[in-house]
Structure formats: structure tokens, C-alpha cells
Design a protein around this ligand. Structure first.
Ligand code: NAP
Length: 386
């Protein structure tokens, strides 16, 4: 039985992970859970999965949760310190890293440093400090298994092959909720409209990132560090149906891809039980029924965020961390109706242009770039004409 900790257990990935645990109770034991502020959902999870310890973002949420769980033998902690404690100090084999955004960096890194393998959904830490995370993973003998469906597909398509035989990685992208809109229509898109993803049911931040194609920009950076490959060997292909989850092209021009219906439980379960596959009782992909799959190139004029991902890697150092922070601020402002959809890339680009990037030599370099870029992006959002 594998002991696991889930960071971000109340979110979309966290909930799907617990669904797998529920289906295979003999395979996994949940020892730790963390959430932001959704204590209703976390309490239900504590009652069902009986972890030893949990943590939430604030002391007030922790106090309410302690009142509700007096009858249970669970330790309840608060703040980044509490979440990091759950991530690192419990006895567990695998940490499912599924907090959204930069908030996952410190807990995920501390889990690596405490020699726990990682199933990584939370891509933002890899964007902010990918080299540092990989160096630490190597140093501590830790494996990082991708959960993102695209990276899981590449991971699977690489198995049994030599990295020196790879010509390029091809990340597929659904195009998100707004792919069919014209530049004029994109000007006044509402958050409600941008949240209507055609294929995946995910948290609101990643759903907006999918609509701007920043999600793919972040994934290019994630792939660069997960697979130790230059950004010039990573391509993006729009594939609206989200059936081919990504591909690897080899030197002999052979391509290997991984296919499946869009359901995150497949890549999550693969990361949880690698190299074994779990018998998931899910609908099968029926290609005859689907009939045809479509592909086209990304449109960088309507969706400039993808190129920002590539640009941040070409510049290097703290630039991806600054880009990520600016994106988090811009997306939050958009979701709160404080910014127009077309202004998201403008805020990110202006923040990147103002950023005096430097090399990342330690965690603090990434955190300082994140702090600086949040402040800068916030001031840019507030300076926009309304
Ligand atoms: N959803 C997908 O299908 C999918 C696919 C690929 C990759 N990913 C990546 O996986 C990560 C999670 O995505 P998601 O869609 O599951 O997000 P989500 O549904 O928004 O869930 C986020 C989780 O993080 C917690 N959280 C939020 N802010 C926090 C903070 N400041 N400190 C501690 N915990 C915090 C939330 O707690 P509360 O519920 O209490 O707010 C929740 O448990 C993201 O990095 C995303 O890019 C997701």
C-alpha cells in the first residue's frame, strides 16, 4: 500500500485523485491533505479518508476546521508553514502536487527535499524554478511524474526510447473556450464565457489560461525542464478534440503519441502507480465513432500568450517566474471583472519588459522575482484606463 499526501485536495485534480483512491482503497493510504479555504469539502475528505494531518491557508480556516473535527484524531495546521509541514514531515512515498499557482512552490520543493516522489500537476513551480526543482530532485533521488495530460503523454511516448533520438516534442492544445472567436469578438469576452472549456472541467485559473493559450506557454516551460530539452525542440499543435494528448517525433521521423478520452484520472493514476496501469472503469475511446481528428497551427496574433512562454525561456533566469506571477495577477483581475480579456497579455508583456532578470541560484531568487512581478503587474492593472 502506497502512502500519499495530496496538496490541493479540494481542487479539480485533488478531487480526481481522491476518486482514484476511493476506487482502489487497497492500493493507497492518504496520510496528509491540504487546501486553501474550502473547509466544507476538506472536512468531508477528512471524515472519509482519515489523514493524520491536514493544513489550510489561514489560521481562521484552521480554527473553524478544528472545531468541526474535534471527534477526529487529525492534526490541523495553518498557513504556508503548515502546508509545507504536511508536504514534508509526514511519512509518505508520494506527494500529489495539485495546488494552483505559485503557492505550490515552497511545499512541493520541501516535499522533494524530504525525499518524497512527486506526481506533479501544479505546473507553476516548474515554470518558476524548473532547474532548481530538477537539481533538487536529482540530489535527493526523487522522481517527478507528470500529471498534466500533455506531459504524461510525452512521458509515456518516451518510455523505452533514448532522449538523444528525440527530434521534437509536440504539445497538443485544445485552443480553449475562445478559439473560434475573431480578434474583435475577443475584445469584450466575459469571464463566464472564457470559463466554458469545450473538453476539460478544471479549476478557473487553468481554464482562463487555456483560453488565452498561456496554459500552453506555461506547459512549454514545464516540458523544457521535465524532459531536459531546448524550447527550440518543442512545438505546439492545435487539436480541438483533446484526444491525442501529445506526441514525440524521433530522428527517423517516426512519431509516437498517447491517445485517450479527456479524463484526468488516466494521467493521475499513471503518475500514482507508475509503471503499473490501473484498471479504471472509464468509457473507452472509440475512434470509429469519433470519425475524424483535426489539427492546425496556433494563432499567435489572437493568442499572444503562447509566445510569451517561449520568450521567457529564451531570456531565462527569473523571467519565467516573473511571467508566471504577472499572469496570475492578470487572470485574477480578469476573473474579478477588473481587466479585459485582451489586456491579459499586455499586462504580462509589460511586466516582462520591466523585469531585470537574473540567474536563479536559490529558491529566494524565484520567490523575489515572483514578489516583484506581482507588485508590478498589479500596478499595471490599476493604471489601465477604465
Ligand atoms: N484541473 C485539471 O484538469 C488540470 C490539468 C492539468 C494541470 N493542472 C494543474 O494542476 C493545478 C491545480 O489545478 P486545479 O484545476 O485542480 O485547480 P483548482 O480546482 O482551482 O484547485 C486548486 C487547489 O489548490 C488550493 N489552493 C488554492 N490557493 C491556495 C493557496 N494559496 N494555498 C494553498 N492551497 C491553495 C485550493 O483550495 P480551495 O479549494 O480551498 O480553494 C484547491 O485545493 C494547477 O497548477 C493546474 O495548472 C490542472
Amino acid at each position: 500500500m502506497k502512502s500519499i499526501i495530496i496538496l490541493g485536495s479540494t481542487g479539480s485534480i485533488g478531487t480526481n485523485t481522491l476518486d482514484i483512491v476511493r476506487r482502489f482503497p487497497e492500493e493507497f493510504r492518504v496520510v496528509g491533505l491540504t487546501a486553501g479555504s474550502n473547509i466544507d469539502k476538506l472536512e468531508a475528505q477528512i471524515r472519509q479518508f482519515k489523514p493524520e494531518a491536514v493544513a489550510v491557508s489561514t489560521e481562521s480556516s484552521a480554527a473553524s476546521l478544528r472545531n468541526r473535527c474535534v471527534d477526529l484524531p487529525v492534526e490541523i495546521m495553518a498557513g504556508e508553514e503548515g502546508i509545507t509541514h504536511v508536504a514534508s514531515s509526514l511519512d509518505a512515498e508520494l506527494v500529489i502536487s495539485a495546488i494552483v499557482g505559485a503557492a505550490g512552490l515552497v511545499p512541493t520543493l520541501s516535499a522533494i527535499r524530504s525525499r518524497k516522489h512527486i506526481a506533479l500537476a501544479n505546473k507553476e513551480p516548474m515554470v518558476m524554478a524548473g532547474k532548481l526543482m530538477q537539481d533538487e530532485a536529482r540530489k535527493h533521488g526523487v522522481r517527478i511524474f507528470p500529471v498534466d495530460s500533455e506531459h504524461s503523454a510525452i512521458f509515456q511516448s518516451l518510455e523505452g526510447h533514448r532522449i538523444e533520438d528525440v527530434r521534437r516534442l509536440i504539445l497538443t492544445a485544445s485552443g480553449g473556450a475562445l478559439w473560434t472567436l475573431t480578434q474583435e469578438q475577443l475584445l469584450n469576452v466575459t469571464p463566464e464565457r472564457a470559463l466554458q472549456h469545450p473538453n476539460w472541467k478544471m479549476g478557473s485559473k487553468i481554464t482562463i489560461d487555456s483560453a488565452t493559450l498561456m496554459n500552453k506557454g506555461l506547459e512549454v516551460v514545464e516540458a523544457r525542464w521535465l524532459f531536459d530539452i531546448s524550447e527550440s525542440n518543442i512545438d505546439v499543435l492545435i487539436h480541438r478534440e483533446s484526444i491525442i494528448h501529445s506526441l514525440v517525433e524521433y530522428k527517423d521521423r517516426s512519431m509516437i503519441a498517447q491517445l485517450g478520452l479527456p479524463d484526468m484520472r488516466t494521467p493521475i493514476s499513471y503518475a500514482m502507480r507508475h509503471p503499473a496501469r490501473m484498471a479504471l472503469d472509464l468509457p473507452s475511446l472509440n475512434l470509429a465513432e469519433i470519425g475524424q481528428l483535426t489539427f492546425c497551427k496556433p494563432d499567435h496574433d489572437r493568442f499572444p500568450c503562447l509566445n510569451l512562454g517561449y520568450e521567457s525561456l529564451r531570456i531565462g533566469g527569473t523571467m519565467p517566474a516573473a511571467m508566471n506571477a504577472a499572469n496570475e495577477i492578470a487572470v485574477e483581475a480578469f476573473l474579478n471583472h477588473g481587466l479585459r480579456f485582451c489586456e491579459i497579455p499586455q499586462v504580462i508583456r509589460s511586466t516582462m519588459e520591466a523585469h531585470a532578470y537574473q540567474e536563479i541560484t536559490c529558491l529566494d531568487d524565484a520567490l523575489e522575482a515572483d514578489r516583484w512581478a506581482r507588485e508590478k503587474a498589479d500596478s499595471l492593472v490599476h493604471a489601465l484606463p477604465r
